[in-house]
Design a protein around this ligand. Structure first.
Ligand code: UDP
Length: 246
């Protein structure tokens, strides 16, 4: 969260710096099977974010001491490319990407039927090629589609969205300026069928009432985003078999 207070993020009409209303999402597009050698893959374009998720497995976990005799190990690796941001990012893993990889792995593990694959490993690579705020959520949302498109059994998809506080207003799906100069950023991901929350992090501060408003907005948006995920998967199964794979 930035502290620059002279940047006006909400205008007199209540519109945001990119012209959106408070509860308006940025455009979201998801395409599956964008990589030939992955078992499943998805490309998400969410506002200015462009992110690829690639899934390999389940396959025998190696080295063997990484194996769990009861379930598959889900290992997501979130990577932000050096060229994905305005100010070149130092390549390679850092604390931020390690933390994001961990929370994304855990969120996906709660959706995947890991107990069906003892001693196995499922690798998920999330490559942020262009970043514009909300990349952990966009990456996770794409990764869930990639896992489903790999045919890995899942209890549910994982769907995420961010809400935040900007110029004292609660708004949905922060863009880069809002993320940088707003007062709070709250990424949330859920299993949409059960409504179970599998990821929630917060940066900044807001009141309990504002928190309720923000989570309410996210839960509404989750329905719309989940539909986009399902449509992407439907397109895949329609294209490959001529039937809807529901
Ligand atoms: N960002 C950046 N350089 C970095 C990390 C982040 O420019 O090293 C930008 C990028 O646009 C990112 C945004 O800051 O999307 C917000 O980052 P945050 O850590 O809040 O994660 P995100 O919102 O992407 O999940």
């Amino acid at each position: 969260m930035g502290t620059v207070s002279d940047i006006k993020l909400i205008d007199e009409k209540g519109l945001r710096i990119d012209g959106r209303s408070p509860e308006e999402l940025r455009p979201i597009k998801i395409e599956t099977d964008v990589l030939n050698r992955a078992d499943g893959s998805a490309l998400i374009e969410w506002g200015g974010n462009k992110i690829i998720a690639a899934v390999y497995g389940p396959r025998e976990a190696y080295p063997k001491h990484n194996q769990d005799i009861n379930k598959a190990v889900v290992k997501a690796r979130y990577n932000m490319e050096a060229y994905s941001v305005d100010e070149r990012k130092r390549p390679g893993p850092d604390r931020r990407s390690m933390e994001i990889s961990k929370v994304i792995s855990e969120a996906l593990e709660s959706a995947i039927m890991v107990e069906q694959f003892p001693r196995a490993q499922i690798d998920i690579f999330i490559e942020v090629m262009q970043a514009d705020a909300g990349t952990r959520i966009a990456g996770l949302t794409a990764a869930a589609v990639a896992v489903a498109s790999a045919g890995i059994p899942m209890r549910d998809l994982v769907t995420g969205c961010t809400a935040g506080k900007v110029d004292g207003h609660i708004v949905l799906d922060l863009c880069k300026e809002e993320d940088n100069f707003g007062q709070a950023d709250l990424p949330i991901a859920v299993l949409p069928k059960s409504g179970k929350v599998v990821l929630m992090q917060m940066d900044g501060d807001m009141s309990v009432e504002e928190f309720d408003q923000a989570t309410g907005m996210v839960m509404n948006a989750i329905k719309r985003i989940n539909q986009i995920q399902r449509d992407a998967l439907k397109n895949k199964f329609e294209t490959s078999t001529g039937e809807v794979g529901e």
